[in-house]
Design a protein around this ligand. Structure first.
Ligand code: TRP
Ligand code: ZN
Length: 871
């Protein structure tokens, strides 16, 4: 908590550290109620600066010794959250003891307790809550860690690297770990608890044996198999696709219940939010399995992109996050359907990231200032950052990209580097000038591309006119043109791709079918085009831009049925549906026979991947619809979407019923792509069928009570909540709770279904659930399941006319601001969108933001978001 206005940190102020810490020795004594941390640091001067700044927050300093000599308060100065030693020489040994209080730590940064165990979260700036230290990623050190704790209650004591020694003395267990790889403090980790372990092995490409271990609370041992399987597949994939081998004898994963984010890539000791690692068929949905696969891979891949090569400073965060998301997306695409993965990622980008980029928190992939770094773990850093890396991949091609990544890892192994050095490696390995491309990292906002096409039949020539601009964002105007890769196809009337031969070959990459659009306005022409084609633009979502191009309705129907690019096939369908929803809002919606025919082709296409069919038939979400408009009315969007959904369900109800019956086959549950695909279409069909017909609700009821896996049970529950009557919904929810109340992760799903429901998720119902025995303000997963689900999914209630939804969110933020600022700040996001809402809502949202601001004593996290939103 603070009194004065916090000030922003600027990229331009970066200075190299005055001292390196070559070795870091830590000794933790875990006592009931407090922990003592002893440190011994070997310092080495970098240049000629003689002042050492150690960060520290909420620490009790017990003692400090320099080169063996006890220091008094006169020997150092303390600034806000720092301790400074001046007039130092070339090398020193610094020893300190601090006392900390993990049991009082509700912020879940630094060392804290979750359930009966101790764990740490040090990224980004949590290590400074453990001991005084130069807590910045460009200070990399070799860590040796000793942990001492009650042997009976904490038999498992873990830290980074390899185990060195272990003994029990006077009822205390002493364990020493040594990590030979130097690393920044944000990758430090410690775990202590009474945990069970499941072991496995992996043999690396060079034949080294690695011990793989997952530690969990005893009741969760039967939920560890899938994560281990995903881990082994990730390790193999990184060897095969990136040539990256694992570098320690042991790799550990620990599951904890209280965790602010998804997971953390601590060297050799990844710590996971239990919801992102634990699964068995009865309790986890297919979506959860896929999330686990992706996050296990993500954290593992950080071992190279993040740990071996780390960030110079936090402005470079996307260096590791954007690249690692790109890598995990490649892995998921290879393990499952690449097209479906692309659809999911693009949807996320176009709803959540575009909204961020158009709001008060808009920032470049490489920001140039921040108040609280935790606020910059954003979809822009992660997902847009991954798209930027993806564009490099499109521009350089598979082989060129791999050459660049090899050079990057080789050149910078063991270093803390910048985004610029990453691009430089790509440039050097491929002998290409990426100066203009670098603007993607520096400019915020979503570029708009306007497209005009013209076809000259006599000359058999197609002309493509492209214009680009990027709107102003807070603090950034007059943006320059970007290098935009446009993956392009021309479709003939037979549905086949025609050859694309631009008259400007310098701007065309044949292998990837990419047109390089690099100026504010450019005209390209294509010869030998014998008939007027349907122009398929930005295939595979080749750039994170908004496209302004009006395809005719018939062209969209044609693409929905024929585009060889799965992504654009899906996107054409989405555009059609958006159009229907707009018409419904104006009271003018009615299916044409052509629409129905197109939908029929899709639903009855048994050649197509069922997961793909499910996506083709799913309406765009309410937030996606909202994001497609400059200003929106969530209640009107909800009604219009419901109307189109009802029409779709009625028109195709026989097909949905048949589809459901065809795919509802029995057999053992397996979390494999083919089965997941079948279940996704089956459950989508069930939901439409139930929307249209009481018989479908009956089928959902039956599936709910007979399902042997959570995917089917949860899908049935969702359908009953959405399309059953109130009594049916309530009964199913009650039965579900009785069945699963012992399993916290399942209860979270139960909370989410209700709180995110446009039927049940009213502010009154949410306030009731906040009092429920299953709810706990201290657990971030519970907060997300109730308040997060409400504010991000139950849009018609969150934006209800009386403003109660906004008030509820603001109350929650104010409360969490004290106990867990990171969560408070993240929860706040929906309110920051106030300028995009219709005037009534907009005003009410703004006054809730003001109310939070007036509350005073705001954390940096909440202060930054609220103050920027009100500007
Ligand atoms: N580096 C983590 C990841 O992306 C992110 C993370 C985990 C994090 N926990 C955090 C970031 C807490 C900030 C605060 O894999
Ligand atoms: Zn990450």
């Amino acid at each position: 908590m603070r009194d004065a206005q916090p000030k922003a940190i600027q990229l331009a102020d970066y200075r190299a550290p005055a001292y390196e810490v070559t070795d870091t020795h830590l000794r933790f004594e875990l006592h009931d109620g407090y922990t003592l941390v002893h440190s011994n640091l070997s310092l080495k001067q970098n240049g000629d600066e003689t002042e050492l700044l150690l960060n520290g927050q909420d620490l009790e300093l017990i003692s400090i010794k320099l080169d063996g000599k006890l220091l008094s308060e006169a020997d150092y100065t303390t600034a806000e959250e720092a301790l400074i030693l001046s007039g130092l020489g070339a090398s020193h040994t610094l020893e300190m003891t601090t006392r900390i209080y993990p049991e009082k730590n509700t912020a879940l940064e630094g060392l804290y307790r979750s359930g009966g165990m101790y764990c740490t979260q040090c990224e980004a700036e949590g290590f400074r809550r453990i001991t005084y230290y130069p807590d910045r990623p460009d200070v990399m050190s070799v860590f040796t860690t000793e942990i001492i704790a009650d042997a009976a209650r904490y038999p498992v004591l873990l830290s980074n690297g390899n185990p060195v020694s272990e003994k029990i003395e006077d009822g205390k267990k002493h364990v020493v770990w040594h990590d030979p790889h130097k690393k920044p403090a944000y990758l430090f980790a410690l775990v202590a608890g009474d945990l069970q372990v499941r072991d496995d092995h992996f043999t690396t490409c060079s034949g080294r044996e690695v011990l793989l271990r997952i530690f969990v609370e005893p009741q969760n041992v039967d939920k560890t198999e899938y994560a281990l399987d995903a881990l082994k597949r990730s390790m193999r994939w990184d060897e095969e696709v990136y040539g990256r081998e694992y570098d320690l004898d042991i790799f550990m994963i620990v599951a904890v219940d209280d965790f602010n984010m998804g997971a953390m890539e601590n060297k050799g000791l990844n710590i996971f939010n239990s919801s992102c690692v634990l699964a068995n068929p009865a309790t986890a949905t297919d979506a959860a399995y896929q999330r686990i696969e992706a996050i296990v891979a993500h954290e593992y891949f950080h071992n190279w992109s993040g740990n071996r090569v780390t960030c110079r400073d936090w402005f470079q965060l996307s260096l590791k996050e954007g690249f690692t998301v790109f890598r995990d997306a490649g892995f998921s695409a290879d393990m499952n359907s690449a097209t479906v993965k692309r659809i999911e990622d693009a949807t996320m980008l176009r709803t959540v990231q575009f909204a961020e980029d158009g709001g008060p928190m808009a920032h470049p992939v490489q920001p140039d200032s921040y108040i609280e770094i935790s606020n910059f773990y954003t979809v822009t850093i992660y997902e847009k950052g991954a798209e930027v890396v993806g564009m490099l991949h499109k521009i350089l091609g598979e082989e060129g990209f791999r050459k660049g990544s090899d050079l990057y890892f080789e050149r910078h192994d063991g270093q803390a580097v910048t985004i610029n050095e990453f691009v430089q490696a790509m440039e050097d390995a491929n002998d290409v000038d990426l100066t203009q491309f670098r603007l993607w990292y520096k400019q915020s906002g979503t570029p708009v591309v306007e497209v005009l096409t013209q076809y000259d039949h006599a000359a058999e020539r197609l002309t493509l006119n492209l214009r680009q601009y990027t709107p102003d964002t807070p603090g950034q105007t007059d943006k320059k043109p970007l290098w935009i890769p446009v993956q392009l196809g021309l479709i003939g009337h037979d549905g086949e791709d025609m050859e694309v031969r631009p008259d400007q070959p310098d701007f065309w990459t044949e292998d990837s079918q990419v047109l390089h659009f690099r100026e504010a306005e450019q005209t390209f022409s294509f010869g030998g085009v014998v008939e007027e084609p349907v122009v398929s633009l930005f295939r595979d979502f080749s750039a994170p831009v908004r496209i302004h191009y009006q395809h005719s309705q018939s062209a969209l129907r044609f693409m929905l049925q024929h585009d060889s690019d799965g992504f654009n096939r899906w996107d054409a369908g989405q555009q059609l549906m958006l159009h229907w929803i707009e018409l419904a809002e104006k009271g003018r919606f009615k299916f044409t026979q052509d629409d129905i025919d197109a939908l029929h082709t899709v639903i009855n296409d048994v050649e197509l991947d069922p997961a793909m069919v499910a996506y083709l038939l799913a309406l765009p979400s309410e937030s996606y619809i909202a994001e497609s408009r400059p200003q929106y009315d969530p209640v009107a969007i909800h009604k219009a979407r419901e109307q189109v959904m009802a029409a779709l369900a009625d028109t195709l109800s026989d097909d949905f019923k048949a589809c459901y019956q065809r795919l509802n086959v029995s057999g053992d549950y397996q979390p494999v792509p083919e089965d997941m695909a079948r279940r996704s279409l089956k459950n989508l069909a069930l939901s439409y069928w139930a929307k249209a017909d009481a018989e479908g609700v009956e089928a959902a009821r039956l599936q709910f009570s007979s399902a042997d896996n959570m995917t089917d049970q949860m899908a049935a529950l969702r359908t009953l909540v959405a399309h059953g009557n109130q009594a049916e919904a309530e009964q199913a929810l009650a039965e579900f709770y009785t069945q699963w109340q012992q399993d916290s992760l399942v209860v979270n799903q139960w909370l989410t279904v209700q709180c995110g429901s446009s039927k049940l998720g009213t502010p009154a119902h949410i306030r009731q659930l906040l009092e429920h025995e299953a709810f706990d303000w201290r657990n971030p997963n519970k907060v997300r399941s109730v308040i997060g689900a409400f504010a991000n999914q139950a849009l018609c209630h969150f934006h209800g006319a009386d403003g109660e939804g906004y008030k509820l969110l603001a109350d929650a933020v104010t409360r969490l601001n004290e106990s867990n600022p990171q969560i408070a700040s993240r929860l706040l996001t929906p309110l920051t969108r106030w300028k995009r809402l219709v005037p009534n809502q907009s005003q009410m949202m703004k006054s809730e933001l003001q109310r939070i601001m007036d509350h005073g004593s705001l954390s940096k996290d909440v202060y930054e978001v609220v103050s920027k939103s009100l500007m």
